[in-house]
Design a protein around this ligand. Structure first.
Ligand code: SF4
Length: 67
């Protein structure tokens, strides 16, 4: 699983970072980006989904691994 942040949509509410600081970094304006290549380490999948569900701008995208 990977997470992605759409920079066009992100308005910098930083909820994703508050919910999953392991997965999202903030820039000086509070806008978020996925850390590294966005890969979600084992055990953090629920946090990733929570962050996606709580982004008010629907900017967090979950990319499921291909089976
Ligand atoms: S919760 Fe959404 S809008 Fe807020 S910083 Fe994260 S991606 Fe951006």
């Amino acid at each position: 699983m990977k997470v992605r942040v759409d920079p066009e949509r992100c308005e910098g509410h930083s909820r994703c970072h508050a919910l999953a600081p392991e997965l999202f970094a903030l820039d000086d304006f509070g806008n978020a980006a996925a850390i590294g290549d966005g890969a979600v380490p084992p055990g953090l999948e629920e946090k990733a989904r929570l962050a996606a569900a709580n982004c008010p701008e629907y900017a967090v995208e979950i990319v499921e691994d291909a089976e």
